[in-house]
Ligand binder design. Sequence first.
Ligand code: DGT
Ligand code: MG
Ligand code: MG
Ligand code: MG
Ligand code: MG
Length: 262
Amino acid sequence: MSGSKYAYVKGYELPDTILPNTYIVVRIDGRAFHRLSQEHSFVKPNDERALSLMDHAARDVMDEFKDVVLAFGESDEYSFLFRKSTAVYKRRHAKILTTVTSLFTSSYVFNWSRYLPEAPLKYPPSFDGRIVLYPSSQDVRDYFAWRQVDTHINNLYNTTFWALVQQGGESTTQAHQILKGTVSKAKQEILFSRFNINYNDTPERFRKGSVQVREEITANPEIDETSGKHRKTDLRVESRIVSHHCDIIKDDFWIARTHLLA
Ligand code: DGT
Ligand code: MG
Ligand code: MG
Ligand code: MG
Ligand code: MG
């Protein structure tokens, strides 16, 4: 085809290579999930089935994209961190973004009925996606801290809001009014004094979001008797994806997993 007189049009396709040596974060977000969650009767404020489906789709992305070392999910969004030196798709922006977004979406649809068998899909859901580049490991840590703080703020608000409505008999307007301008402490106090709910005892999945980590494990770590070292040929580094609902703001998480930002 390249020799035809039409081939010049290929020249209109512009390169879109991402800067080298920068961390690539892909964030996808459900399009109009306010409506999707209503049309399919998601449990308020958190639907464990829908969140588990998001986690499943994220793991499918990580199974295909081995350079994704970490993913964080909350609500209808997921962020994927590629290792800094990734050469996936020669770091072509559109190729990475569109493939991750469409794979996530197709897995979400493909697995829907396993997680929400009682709520058949009424129409095809979709996700938007963006790529953000971060120059330093501190930026990456701050990015994930930003998302986890967001999880906390939204969840505390939603948990208190729906407790007021579902258990407290308040109208949604009244609940909005009660919570207007309240700080975290006041919301926790409402939960405790009115509903005997200790916020810190509510599920970690809801408070902290979902963290999928690629852990590297060395298979066959046999020691050579004469040299006392691992036999190189026997060494196979394998990775597996481990799910957590843990703090990723403090240092501990990152200190225990230095390979994520290496
Ligand atoms: P967008 O992203 O601009 O297309 O619009 P939305 O509607 O997706 O808005 P967004 O992403 O800011 O907020 C997520 C929506 O999804 C929000 O309305 C609540 C809903 N949602 C997410 N997870 C759950 C859940 O577990 N339970 C319920 N009931 N709703 C959820
Ligand atoms: Mg939005
Ligand atoms: Mg959304
Ligand atoms: Mg969202
Ligand atoms: Mg092709």
